[in-house]
Design a protein around this ligand. Sequence first.
Ligand SMILES: *Cc1c(COP(=O)(O)O)cnc(C)c1O
Length: 463
Amino acid sequence: MRYVSTRGQAPSVGFIDAVLGGLAPDGGLYVPETWPQISAQEIAGFADKPYAEVAARVIGAFADGEIAAADLREMCHEAYATFTHTAVVPLTQLQPGLFIAELFHGPSLAFKDVAMQILARLYDHLLGPQKRNQTILCATSGDTGGAAVEAFRGRRNVKVVALFPEGRISEVQRRFMTTAAESNVACVAVKGSFDDCQAIVKLAFQDQSLRQAVDLSGVNSINFARIAAQAVYYFTTAVALGAPERKVSFCVPSGNFGDAFAGYVAHRMGLPMSRILVATNSNDILARTFETGRYTRGKVHPTMSPAMDIQSASNFERLYFEGVQREATETARAFAAFADTGAIDVPPQAFAAMRELFRGVSVSEADTVRTIVATLNETGELIDPHTAVAVSAQGRAHDLEGPVVVMSTAHPAKFPEAVAKACGVTPELPRGVADLVSRPERFDRLPAEAETIKAYVRAFAEG
Ligand SMILES: *Cc1c(COP(=O)(O)O)cnc(C)c1O
C-alpha cells in the first residue's frame, strides 16, 4: 500500500515511512492511495473475535506487505492487554437505541490510548532493527500527551517532547504527562493555546535541518497509523449492534477531526453506516463547516471539554481531499489559503459529498452541564464533559437512523473538577492510577515561540 500527500508535492511512500514521517514534506497529510476493502461477510465475522484480532485485520489492511501479519497480531495483543476491560472498548446502554462506546479503559484513561499503545509498539518494531533513534514532538490539547508518554516512556529508540498549553488542561491530564520519571520524556508548558502548540509543531516539521538532526516524528492524529487504529472500534461497536445488516449512526466529540475521520475510513473500507454526527463545544469550526460549507477559523474559547478547544482541525484536510475527488492541487491551494486568511469555502460538490455522511452540532457549556446531570439522574452513569457534548448533540439531531453509538472519549475522573462542578459527584480514579496526584511532577515552561521550542527539542534530543 502506497501513501500519497493531500498536497501532491511529495513522493508517495510506504506504510512504514508514512508512520515514521508524520506530516508529508510538502505540508500535506498522507492518505492511502486506495481504500482497502473488507467484505460484509468478513465484517459480520468480527462479532465473534477478540478486539485485538479485529485490530490486526484492520490495521493490517494498511500495513499490507510491510509488517508480517504474525508480528502485527502479537503487537495488537500486547497493546490491548494494557486495557483494564477485556472487551477493550465496551458498550454501555444509556437509553433504548443509545449506547456509549467506552474508549477510556487504557493507561491514561482517554481514547488516545487506543491508537497510541499500538503505535508505540510499531515504532519499537520498526526502529529497533534499523538501530534508528527518533524524536517525537507532539502538541497536546490534554490527552495526546498523556497517552504518548504512557505508551513511549522508557522505550529505547524514541524520545518524546510533549507541548501543552499552560493552564488549559486539567491537573489529571497534566499529571499523566509530567509524572513520568523516564529520561526519554520531556514535557513543556507553552504560554499559549493548543493551536499555538500545533502551529509550532508544524513549523518544526517544515524545518529540514531540525527534522534531520533529531529524526523528527509525529504522533498527532496527522499520523495515519492513528487513524487506522481508531477505525477498528467503529467496526467492533457497529458489529455488536447488528452491522453490517443494520446501519448504525455514530456521534463523535471532535476537535482535530481524527476520531471522526477514522469513522469515515471504516465506512470507506466497507462498513455500512447511517451517519456520523460531529459534536463540538463552542469551538465550533467543524459543526459550522458541516452545516454551512464554510470552514472558517474562530477565536479559541476555553471550555470544560478542553481536548476540543481547537479551531483548525488538521484532519479536515483529508476529508476535503476526498471531497474534491483527490485533486491535490486544489487541496494545496485551499489549505494555503486557510493558513493565510483563516477561511475556505468548500466547493458545492465536495460539500454535498460530505453531507452524505456527516452532520455537525455545537453544544454550549450550559447544555454540557445539563447533560452530565441528566445522564447521572436517568442512568446512574457518570460521563465526562467531552462525552456529554456528544450525548447532548445526538439529542438535537433529527436524522440519525438505527442505533446511535456515542464515542465516550475520556474517563470522568480525567476531569474531576468539571464533573463535580456540574453534578456534585467527584469521580474516582480507577485503582491502578489512584496515586497519580501524589507522584512528583517534572516539566519546563516556554513561550509560544517556534525558534525557542525548536532549540529546546534539539538540545533534548542531542542531550
Ligand atoms: C483528543 C480528544 C478528543 C478529540 O478527538 P479528535 O480526534 O481530535 O477529534 C475528544 N475527546 C477527548 C477526551 C480527547 O482527548
